[in-house]
Design a protein around this ligand. Structure first.
Ligand code: FES
Ligand code: FES
Length: 165
């Protein structure tokens, strides 16, 4: 069967774009190839490692096994939608401060999953952080620094939100 191209409206990082793609195109391919958003990484391509994680309506979602059609009508947030190089999001800032990377390949998924966790639970326990990130694989073994980074992110967010109040 031939999968025909069709115009799909995708809302990515707050802006809606029309792309021409087969409905079953993996969202990750569109984000990286059509939108030049290379925060989400291609790791396993099987939904197993978490390197490709984006938020769909705030929920961590594996873009390699999510079709473009599923993402239509949803808010898609990628790493690029969090902060900028000049103004990092507190979660990104915390990962830098805690030096929570070796190769950095897993960090997109770690940061996006941590962002969603902290949106739901601003003061997660270590056990909760470990559980939430347990399906994001890090081949470099920087798990201790990553957990510390999420704890620091919680502190930075609390300080930011306190300053705004
Ligand atoms: S690349 Fe998507 S889960 Fe591994
Ligand atoms: S820092 Fe290399 S995979 Fe996590």
């Amino acid at each position: 069967m031939i999968n025909r191209l069709a115009p799909l409206a995708l809302k990515v990082n707050g802006a809606t774009h029309l792309v021409s793609a087969a409905a079953d195109t993996p969202l990750l391919c569109l984000l990286r190839n059509d939108f030049a958003l290379n925060g989400p990484k291609f790791g396993c391509g099987l939904g197993e490692c978490g390197a490709c994680t984006v938020l769909l309506d705030g929920v961590p979602t594996r873009a390699c096994v999510t079709t473009a059609q599923v993402a239509v009508g949803r808010e898609i947030t990628t790493l690029e939608g969090l902060g900028t190089r000049a103004a990092l999001h507190p979660v990104q800032q915390a990962f830098v401060e805690e030096q929570a990377a070796q190769c950095g390949y897993c960090l997109n998924g770690m940061i996006m999953t941590a962002k969603a966790l902290l949106d739901r639970d601003p003061q997660p326990s270590v056990a909760t952080i470990q559980r939430e990130l347990s399906r994001n694989l890090c081949r470099c073994g920087t798990h201790v620094e990553i957990v510390r980074a999420v704890q620091r992110a919680a502190e930075l967010l609390a300080a930011r939100d306190g300053a705004r109040a």
